[in-house]
Design a protein around this ligand. Sequence first.
Ligand code: SF4
Length: 183
Amino acid sequence: METKTALRVGGMVLGYYLICPRKAWLSLRGLWMEGESDTVAQGRLLDEHTYGRSDKHIALEAEAPCGIRLAGKVDWANLKEGVLHETKKGRACEEAHRWQLRFYLWLLALNGVSRRDGQPFTGQLNYPALRKTETVTITEDDSLQLNRWVQEIGQLAYRFTPPERIGKRSFCRKCAFEELCYG
Ligand code: SF4
């Protein structure tokens, strides 16, 4: 486990936290299951084959108002248009996807980065397999909410025992941590 000063909260962990705090706890402990990294890799591969692009995997860092270090890797960005893109396979966790992208928009705002016209960047969720896109924006209230969740994740990281399993067995069947949770 990382030391307290080394804790960094990323967009993927935030997405996990919103789906299942136990999943976030396991990944904060450095437990990345093979299936999970495969899924991420597949998503990126799908992305690379579907969208031709020059800017990709933008790395961002910032400090949240609550003092916790934040880090994120954006799938790709159109800096000229001021749009961050995140590619996903399916929409089963679309609310978590929206917040993950808002988290990256928040990192940009915390760094004082805006579009050329002074407006904030926007986000676009891409679901190439479904041929769908969705625009995501961030409000002041969203930023406050993100800060609260980051604080909660900071507390979660130092728990010695994991949170309870979520009560949606059908969802767990698709989770890479299933064997660990039910084995
Ligand atoms: S298997 Fe279920 S309870 Fe376990 S981490 Fe995944 S979603 Fe959470």
